[in-house]
Design a binder for this molecule. Structure first.
Ligand code: DGY
Length: 323
Protein backbone atom coordinates (compact mmCIF):
# COMPACT_ATOMS: atom_id res chain seq x y z
CA UNK A 1 0.00 0.00 0.00
CA UNK A 2 1.41 3.43 -0.87
CA UNK A 3 2.06 5.70 2.06
CA UNK A 4 0.33 9.13 2.18
CA UNK A 5 2.56 11.91 0.92
CA UNK A 6 3.13 14.40 3.75
CA UNK A 7 4.85 17.81 3.89
CA UNK A 8 6.31 19.12 7.16
CA UNK A 9 6.67 22.88 6.67
CA UNK A 10 9.36 23.54 9.35
CA UNK A 11 12.02 21.47 11.14
CA UNK A 12 10.57 19.47 14.05
CA UNK A 13 12.30 17.67 16.93
CA UNK A 14 14.35 14.89 15.33
CA UNK A 15 12.69 12.12 17.41
CA UNK A 16 9.33 13.03 15.85
CA UNK A 17 10.67 13.46 12.32
CA UNK A 18 12.13 9.94 12.53
CA UNK A 19 8.80 8.40 13.56
CA UNK A 20 7.02 10.38 10.84
CA UNK A 21 9.47 9.09 8.23
CA UNK A 22 8.58 5.50 9.15
CA UNK A 23 4.85 6.11 8.82
CA UNK A 24 4.61 8.39 5.76
CA UNK A 25 6.21 9.37 2.48
CA UNK A 26 7.63 12.46 4.16
CA UNK A 27 9.15 15.66 2.80
CA UNK A 28 11.00 17.79 5.34
CA UNK A 29 11.86 21.45 4.93
CA UNK A 30 15.62 21.15 5.46
CA UNK A 31 16.16 24.92 5.23
CA UNK A 32 13.58 25.59 7.98
CA UNK A 33 12.59 28.75 6.10
CA UNK A 34 8.87 29.65 6.33
CA UNK A 35 7.08 28.74 3.08
CA UNK A 36 5.50 31.49 0.98
CA UNK A 37 1.80 31.50 0.16
CA UNK A 38 2.67 30.47 -3.40
CA UNK A 39 4.70 27.50 -2.14
CA UNK A 40 1.88 26.44 0.18
CA UNK A 41 -0.65 26.71 -2.66
CA UNK A 42 1.59 24.57 -4.85
CA UNK A 43 2.00 22.03 -2.01
CA UNK A 44 -1.79 21.64 -1.79
CA UNK A 45 -1.73 20.09 -5.24
CA UNK A 46 1.11 17.66 -4.43
CA UNK A 47 0.63 16.37 -0.85
CA UNK A 48 -2.09 14.34 0.89
CA UNK A 49 -1.31 16.13 4.16
CA UNK A 50 0.41 19.37 5.06
CA UNK A 51 1.65 19.92 8.61
CA UNK A 52 1.78 23.71 9.09
CA UNK A 53 2.74 25.84 12.09
CA UNK A 54 1.86 29.33 13.25
CA UNK A 55 4.40 30.75 10.75
CA UNK A 56 2.39 29.43 7.76
CA UNK A 57 -0.45 31.67 6.66
CA UNK A 58 -3.28 29.78 4.99
CA UNK A 59 -5.93 32.41 4.11
CA UNK A 60 -8.97 31.78 1.89
CA UNK A 61 -6.96 32.79 -1.22
CA UNK A 62 -4.80 29.66 -0.82
CA UNK A 63 -7.87 27.47 -1.23
CA UNK A 64 -9.69 29.61 -3.81
CA UNK A 65 -10.59 27.93 -7.07
CA UNK A 66 -8.45 24.87 -6.40
CA UNK A 67 -9.29 21.18 -6.19
CA UNK A 68 -6.42 20.25 -3.91
CA UNK A 69 -4.86 16.84 -3.35
CA UNK A 70 -4.44 17.75 0.33
CA UNK A 71 -7.07 16.16 2.58
CA UNK A 72 -5.80 17.27 5.98
CA UNK A 73 -3.93 20.21 7.50
CA UNK A 74 -2.53 18.75 10.72
CA UNK A 75 -1.35 21.88 12.52
CA UNK A 76 1.64 21.71 14.87
CA UNK A 77 0.32 24.00 17.62
CA UNK A 78 -2.89 24.69 19.51
CA UNK A 79 -3.72 28.05 17.87
CA UNK A 80 -5.03 27.78 14.32
CA UNK A 81 -6.17 31.33 13.51
CA UNK A 82 -3.54 31.36 10.72
CA UNK A 83 -5.68 28.81 8.84
CA UNK A 84 -8.99 29.86 7.26
CA UNK A 85 -10.86 26.82 8.54
CA UNK A 86 -14.09 27.74 6.73
CA UNK A 87 -12.26 27.84 3.40
CA UNK A 88 -10.52 24.55 4.23
CA UNK A 89 -13.86 22.96 5.11
CA UNK A 90 -15.45 24.12 1.86
CA UNK A 91 -12.67 22.27 -0.01
CA UNK A 92 -13.28 19.15 2.10
CA UNK A 93 -9.97 19.54 3.96
CA UNK A 94 -9.87 18.52 7.62
CA UNK A 95 -7.93 20.63 10.15
CA UNK A 96 -6.47 19.38 13.45
CA UNK A 97 -4.42 21.05 16.22
CA UNK A 98 -2.41 19.96 19.30
CA UNK A 99 -4.21 21.00 22.50
CA UNK A 100 -3.41 19.86 26.09
CA UNK A 101 0.25 19.00 25.63
CA UNK A 102 1.48 22.60 25.69
CA UNK A 103 -0.76 24.04 28.40
CA UNK A 104 1.71 23.66 31.27
CA UNK A 105 4.72 25.08 29.45
CA UNK A 106 2.73 28.02 28.06
CA UNK A 107 1.45 28.83 31.55
CA UNK A 108 5.03 28.52 32.83
CA UNK A 109 6.12 31.18 30.31
CA UNK A 110 3.23 33.46 31.33
CA UNK A 111 4.37 33.10 34.97
CA UNK A 112 7.96 33.79 33.88
CA UNK A 113 6.90 37.02 32.15
CA UNK A 114 4.77 38.07 35.10
CA UNK A 115 7.60 37.59 37.57
CA UNK A 116 10.21 39.12 35.28
CA UNK A 117 8.29 42.31 34.60
CA UNK A 118 7.01 42.77 38.16
CA UNK A 119 10.47 42.20 39.67
CA UNK A 120 12.27 44.12 36.90
CA UNK A 121 14.48 41.13 36.10
CA UNK A 122 15.35 42.19 32.52
CA UNK A 123 16.23 45.71 33.61
CA UNK A 124 18.47 44.30 36.33
CA UNK A 125 20.22 41.90 33.99
CA UNK A 126 20.79 44.61 31.38
CA UNK A 127 22.27 46.89 34.04
CA UNK A 128 24.59 44.18 35.30
CA UNK A 129 25.80 42.99 31.88
CA UNK A 130 26.43 46.58 30.79
CA UNK A 131 28.61 47.18 33.87
CA UNK A 132 26.24 49.79 35.30
CA UNK A 133 25.56 48.07 38.68
CA UNK A 134 26.96 50.10 41.56
CA UNK A 135 25.93 47.66 44.31
CA UNK A 136 23.05 46.98 46.70
CA UNK A 137 21.00 49.89 47.99
CA UNK A 138 17.55 50.09 49.58
CA UNK A 139 16.02 52.01 46.67
CA UNK A 140 17.50 50.01 43.80
CA UNK A 141 15.15 48.60 41.08
CA UNK A 142 12.12 48.44 43.32
CA UNK A 143 9.50 46.18 41.80
CA UNK A 144 5.98 45.01 42.59
CA UNK A 145 5.05 42.07 44.81
CA UNK A 146 3.42 39.20 42.93
CA UNK A 147 2.51 36.92 45.85
CA UNK A 148 -0.98 37.63 47.16
CA UNK A 149 -1.90 40.04 44.34
CA UNK A 150 -5.01 39.76 42.12
CA UNK A 151 -4.65 38.13 38.72
CA UNK A 152 -7.25 38.51 35.98
CA UNK A 153 -7.32 35.73 33.41
CA UNK A 154 -9.00 36.43 30.07
CA UNK A 155 -9.86 33.12 28.39
CA UNK A 156 -10.28 30.17 30.73
CA UNK A 157 -9.43 27.19 28.55
CA UNK A 158 -6.72 24.69 29.42
CA UNK A 159 -3.88 27.24 29.42
CA UNK A 160 -5.86 29.79 31.45
CA UNK A 161 -6.62 27.06 33.99
CA UNK A 162 -2.94 26.01 34.17
CA UNK A 163 -2.11 29.68 34.83
CA UNK A 164 -4.72 29.86 37.63
CA UNK A 165 -3.27 26.70 39.18
CA UNK A 166 0.23 28.18 39.32
CA UNK A 167 -0.81 31.65 40.44
CA UNK A 168 -3.30 30.54 43.09
CA UNK A 169 -1.49 27.60 44.65
CA UNK A 170 2.08 28.76 44.02
CA UNK A 171 1.71 32.48 44.73
CA UNK A 172 -1.49 32.77 46.78
CA UNK A 173 -3.06 35.03 44.15
CA UNK A 174 -6.74 35.89 43.98
CA UNK A 175 -8.09 34.84 40.59
CA UNK A 176 -10.70 36.66 38.50
CA UNK A 177 -11.82 35.10 35.24
CA UNK A 178 -13.42 36.46 32.09
CA UNK A 179 -14.49 33.87 29.56
CA UNK A 180 -16.86 33.72 26.57
CA UNK A 181 -19.01 31.00 28.14
CA UNK A 182 -19.86 30.34 31.80
CA UNK A 183 -17.16 28.37 33.62
CA UNK A 184 -18.56 25.50 35.73
CA UNK A 185 -18.82 26.45 39.42
CA UNK A 186 -16.70 23.45 40.53
CA UNK A 187 -13.86 24.55 38.28
CA UNK A 188 -13.92 28.12 39.61
CA UNK A 189 -14.07 26.76 43.16
CA UNK A 190 -10.90 24.72 42.54
CA UNK A 191 -8.92 27.97 42.27
CA UNK A 192 -11.14 30.07 44.54
CA UNK A 193 -11.84 32.04 41.35
CA UNK A 194 -14.70 34.39 40.50
CA UNK A 195 -15.99 34.83 36.93
CA UNK A 196 -16.91 38.35 35.86
CA UNK A 197 -19.18 39.04 32.86
CA UNK A 198 -16.99 41.34 30.76
CA UNK A 199 -13.41 42.44 30.14
CA UNK A 200 -14.50 45.89 31.38
CA UNK A 201 -15.53 44.36 34.71
CA UNK A 202 -12.23 42.54 35.08
CA UNK A 203 -9.57 45.11 34.17
CA UNK A 204 -10.07 47.72 36.95
CA UNK A 205 -9.96 45.01 39.63
CA UNK A 206 -6.60 43.40 38.79
CA UNK A 207 -2.92 43.91 39.59
CA UNK A 208 -2.00 41.55 36.75
CA UNK A 209 -3.94 40.58 33.62
CA UNK A 210 -2.95 37.52 31.61
CA UNK A 211 -4.38 36.79 28.16
CA UNK A 212 -5.26 33.19 27.27
CA UNK A 213 -8.00 33.63 24.67
CA UNK A 214 -7.73 32.57 20.99
CA UNK A 215 -6.40 34.96 18.36
CA UNK A 216 -7.95 35.66 14.97
CA UNK A 217 -10.48 38.23 13.82
CA UNK A 218 -12.86 37.94 16.79
CA UNK A 219 -10.29 38.93 19.38
CA UNK A 220 -8.19 41.33 17.27
CA UNK A 221 -7.24 44.31 19.46
CA UNK A 222 -9.38 43.02 22.33
CA UNK A 223 -6.94 45.02 24.45
CA UNK A 224 -7.07 48.52 22.94
CA UNK A 225 -6.39 51.98 24.35
CA UNK A 226 -9.85 52.27 25.92
CA UNK A 227 -9.38 49.01 27.80
CA UNK A 228 -5.77 49.78 28.75
CA UNK A 229 -7.14 52.93 30.37
CA UNK A 230 -9.37 50.74 32.53
CA UNK A 231 -6.37 48.94 34.04
CA UNK A 232 -5.10 50.02 37.45
CA UNK A 233 -2.15 52.40 37.35
CA UNK A 234 0.82 50.16 38.07
CA UNK A 235 -0.92 46.98 36.80
CA UNK A 236 0.79 44.59 34.37
CA UNK A 237 -0.41 42.99 31.13
CA UNK A 238 0.88 39.56 30.06
CA UNK A 239 0.28 38.13 26.58
CA UNK A 240 1.21 34.56 25.68
CA UNK A 241 -1.91 34.08 23.51
CA UNK A 242 -1.61 35.76 20.10
CA UNK A 243 -0.07 39.07 19.09
CA UNK A 244 -3.19 40.42 17.39
CA UNK A 245 -5.13 40.33 20.68
CA UNK A 246 -3.26 43.48 21.80
CA UNK A 247 -3.14 46.80 19.92
CA UNK A 248 0.64 47.21 20.10
CA UNK A 249 0.62 50.96 19.42
CA UNK A 250 -1.90 51.53 22.23
CA UNK A 251 0.21 49.34 24.52
CA UNK A 252 3.38 51.26 23.66
CA UNK A 253 1.59 54.52 24.56
CA UNK A 254 0.41 53.08 27.88
CA UNK A 255 3.96 51.92 28.67
CA UNK A 256 5.63 55.20 27.67
CA UNK A 257 3.11 57.38 29.51
CA UNK A 258 3.15 55.02 32.51
CA UNK A 259 -0.62 54.54 32.60
CA UNK A 260 0.10 50.88 33.38
CA UNK A 261 3.06 49.48 35.28
CA UNK A 262 4.45 47.27 32.55
CA UNK A 263 3.88 44.31 30.26
CA UNK A 264 5.30 40.95 29.29
CA UNK A 265 4.87 39.73 25.72
CA UNK A 266 5.71 36.37 24.17
CA UNK A 267 3.70 36.99 20.98
CA UNK A 268 3.49 39.87 18.51
CA UNK A 269 1.17 41.04 15.78
CA UNK A 270 3.72 40.90 12.94
CA UNK A 271 6.16 38.26 14.17
CA UNK A 272 9.12 38.29 13.95
CA UNK A 273 8.93 42.10 13.51
CA UNK A 274 8.69 44.09 16.73
CA UNK A 275 7.77 47.81 16.58
CA UNK A 276 10.59 50.14 17.70
CA UNK A 277 8.24 51.83 20.15
CA UNK A 278 7.99 48.52 22.02
CA UNK A 279 11.70 47.66 21.79
CA UNK A 280 12.58 50.94 23.53
CA UNK A 281 10.24 50.47 26.52
CA UNK A 282 12.10 49.52 29.70
CA UNK A 283 8.98 48.39 31.55
CA UNK A 284 8.35 45.68 28.95
CA UNK A 285 9.73 42.13 28.92
CA UNK A 286 9.91 40.54 25.47
CA UNK A 287 10.33 36.88 24.58
CA UNK A 288 10.47 35.37 21.07
CA UNK A 289 7.30 33.18 21.12
CA UNK A 290 8.74 30.59 23.53
CA UNK A 291 5.47 29.42 25.14
CA UNK A 292 5.72 25.78 24.08
CA UNK A 293 9.49 25.75 23.56
CA UNK A 294 10.65 22.87 25.76
CA UNK A 295 12.01 19.60 24.41
CA UNK A 296 9.27 17.65 26.19
CA UNK A 297 6.43 19.80 24.84
CA UNK A 298 7.70 20.23 21.29
CA UNK A 299 8.09 16.44 21.04
CA UNK A 300 4.65 15.87 22.55
CA UNK A 301 3.15 18.30 20.01
CA UNK A 302 4.77 16.38 17.17
CA UNK A 303 3.57 13.02 18.46
CA UNK A 304 0.08 14.46 18.81
CA UNK A 305 0.16 15.44 15.11
CA UNK A 306 1.35 11.91 14.28
CA UNK A 307 -1.59 10.46 16.22
CA UNK A 308 -4.04 12.75 14.39
CA UNK A 309 -2.61 11.79 11.00
CA UNK A 310 -2.49 8.08 11.76
CA UNK A 311 -6.14 8.15 12.78
CA UNK A 312 -7.15 10.22 9.78
CA UNK A 313 -5.46 7.99 7.20
CA UNK A 314 -6.58 4.89 9.13
CA UNK A 315 -10.21 5.96 8.60
CA UNK A 316 -10.77 6.99 12.23
CA UNK A 317 -11.82 10.43 13.52
CA UNK A 318 -8.72 12.36 14.63
CA UNK A 319 -9.17 13.36 18.29
CA UNK A 320 -8.14 17.01 17.68
CA UNK A 321 -10.23 17.81 14.64
CA UNK A 322 -11.21 21.50 14.69
CA UNK A 323 -12.71 21.69 11.17
C1 DGY B 1 0.58 27.37 19.55
O1 DGY B 1 0.62 26.18 19.81
O2 DGY B 1 -0.40 27.90 19.08
C2 DGY B 1 1.79 28.18 19.89
O3 DGY B 1 1.66 29.51 19.76
C3 DGY B 1 3.00 27.64 19.18
O4 DGY B 1 3.36 26.63 20.03
Amino acid sequence: MTKPKVLVTRRWPRAVERRMEEAFDLDLNASDRPLTEAELRDAMGRYDAILPTVTDRLPATIFAGSSPRTRILANYGVGFAHIDTEAAKSCGIAVTNTPDVLSECTADIAMTLMLMVARRASEGERELREGRWTGWRPTHLIGTKVSGATLGIIGFGRIGQAMAQRAHFGFGMTILVQNRSPVPAEMLARFGAVQVPTVEDLLPRCDFVSLHCPGGKTNRHLINSRRLDLMRPGAFLINTARGEVVDEHALAQALWFGTIGGAGLDVFEREPRIPDELLGADNLVLLPHLGSATRETREAMGFRVLENLTDFFGGRAPRDRVA
